[in-house]
Design a protein around this ligand. Sequence first.
Ligand code: DX5
Ligand code: ZN
Length: 219
Amino acid sequence: MKNTLIAPSVLSADFANLRPDIEMINESQADWFHIDIMDGVFVPNISFGMPVLKAITQYAKKTIDVHLMIVEPDRYITTFKSLGADILTVHYEACTHLHRTLQAIKAEGMKAGIAINPHTNVALLEDVINDTDLVCMMSVNPGFGGQKFIENTYKKITQLKAIIERNNASTLIEIDGGVTDQNARKLVEAGADVLVAGSFVFSSDNPAATIANLKEITK
Ligand code: DX5
Ligand code: ZN
């Protein structure tokens, strides 16, 4: 039996009334809060920034998993630590000196994650896998919730799992984008450890029950 971690994405919560959604996640079987920060440059959308994250972390009682979809993330590592991030994930495609960035995140006492776009080959992670706590594999093009899952992801998970095992690394594989009850089990069987789910959770009639169901079918 596997303890797959479920990370609801706050991007699909009700921004006009965030607190009940935060409390729902606190009381649910969810493991992490997944927080999507977009700058309108790295991705063609702007989500929310520091004041909103501060408001969220004030009430959130679980691990704060921050996914930065921004250029030059090094500028904000200290800031995100002070706002309550436990895991800070930067995009492979946004970092010129990725190894340095990972070390800087860890020096702040956070877990360091790398997100990869659907076009980025997992083989590029081989030389940093032992420095990486989490790989956030994008299963949609980043920027928006509610997009269709890209099927090529399964193959990439298998390839990444092989790299992790070959290097005796303890890196977690997180899948982000288009996760539903239809693909969750198959993703875990391929090697996923963490599933992010935004629209599937928040557009359901009973988000807490949807989280519980995802937890159950990925055991
Ligand atoms: C997309 C974000 C995702 C998004 C997932 O760029 O990184 O975390 O919230 O949303 P769904 O689950 O609706 O695809
Ligand atoms: Zn995300």
